[in-house]
Design a protein around this ligand. Structure first.
Ligand code: ATP
Length: 339
């Protein structure tokens, strides 16, 4: 087992090494190769994602990616390396689970997964301005091929993980040609899986239900932008962004990455919650390396440590411990259960 590890910027350099430690505690013999990418690397070299990093990711076929800072204004030659890497590795499905965790910020009864198309929509990066910069235009791309692929992935995952219902989320009432195509193709694919209940919601209604009654959802199948937003909303019910894992998968290749970004407001203080990164590694073990037992052991260790009341400051400040101390506790728990 080989893994390309890209900590990136901000809290990435704190939480990603923590997740590597936990992985190495749970599984012996994983070869870890650290690689560069991100805003800091771009400032030094003028390149956000060097070819060597891409080559290493392609060779390992498993990546653990932290986060990269992304200014909200155009910077010549800069792009978000994670988005590019997903495209290069063709990881077309992004899985973002949220379930109740034993912390006061989590909501009992929630257990859902957002399956997000990862290659198309407005994330294709085809944007330009007209009229001397007075008009901004972004292209939204939806294809039958990519929608069939993500829909089959979602229904197969639902079967494999015993989920009963898939909610297709779109805004076909307004974007009849793009979301309309997504809806039509997803509903066609659904007919091949009559054992799974299918329903559909407009994205604004889905957002309302995500706040009002998140237990209504089992699995959500949606496009890139809506999946990004709805999964961050869902993350609040799982205890917060510091606890939200994700895995992007393609054919024989996967990128594990926390849902959160580089969190510049807390970076460098040693207080970031490593849980999202640690649970992302567990997803890599389960879905990519087919190591269910070790994935469960990691998840159980996280649950046990949280149940004992140990927590980082994003959960609540009183009695909070550092990233390293929290990781030590998870490793100690794993070590105790393995001996
Ligand atoms: P980016 O531009 O990289 O998306 P951001 O600050 O806009 O950065 P996030 O990094 O996702 O977005 O952070 C959103 C909020 O969640 C911030 O207040 C941040 O401190 C908090 N947060 C994110 N990740 C963690 C973490 N691992 N532990 C604790 N708090 C976190």
């Amino acid at each position: 087992m080989e893994m390309c590890v890209i900590p990136g910027d901000g809290v990435g350099v704190e939480v990603i090494p923590a997740a590597v430690r936990v992985l190495q505690e749970a599984v012996s013999g994983v070869q870890v190769h650290y690689a560069d990418a991100g805003w800091d690397y771009f400032q030094k070299t003028g390149n956000p994602l060097p070819d060597e990093t891409v080559a290493l990711a392609q060779q390992c076929k498993a990546v653990l990616y932290g986060a990269a800072a992304s200014p909200s204004y155009p910077v010549d030659h800069y792009y978000i390396p994670g988005v590019r890497l997903r495209r290069v590795l063709k990881t077309y499905a992004n899985l973002r689970p949220t379930r109740y965790m034993p912390v006061p910020t989590s909501r009992p009864g929630v257990d859902l997964i957002v399956v997000r198309e990862n290659t198309e929509d407005v994330y294709v990066g085809q944007e330009y301005t007209q009229d001397s910069g007075r008009v901004g235009i972004s292209e939204k791309v939806v294809t039958r091929e990519a929608t069939e692929r993500i829909a089959h992935k979602a229904f197969q995952l639902a079967r494999r993980t015993n989920r009963q219902k898939i909610t297709i989320v779109h805004k076909a009432s307004v974007m009849t040609q793009t979301d309309g195509l997504f809806r039509k193709v997803a509903l066609e694919v659904a007919q091949e899986y009559s054992d799974i209940v299918t329903d559909e919601l407009l994205v604004d209604t889905a957002a309302y239900w995500m706040v009002k009654n998140p237990a209504r959802f089992d699995m959500i199948l949606t496009s890139n932008l809506y999946g990004d937003i709805l999964s961050d909303m869902a993350a609040a019910w799982g205890g917060g962004l510091g606890m939200a894992p994700s895995l992007s998968i393609g054919d024989g290749v996967a990128i594990a990455e926390p849902v959160h970004g580089c969190a510049p407001d807390i970076a460098g203080q040693g207080i970031a919650n490593p849980t999202a990164s640690i649970l992302s590694v567990a997803m890599l073990l389960r879905h990519h390396w087919d190591r269910e037992q070790e994935a469960r052991q990691i998840e159980e260790a996280v649950h046990a440590v949280l149940s004992e009341g140990d927590h980082t400051t994003d959960i609540y400040s009183e009695g909070a411990i550092s990233t390293v101390d929290f990781t030590d506790k998870i490793c100690a728990h794993l070590s105790a259960t393995r001996t």
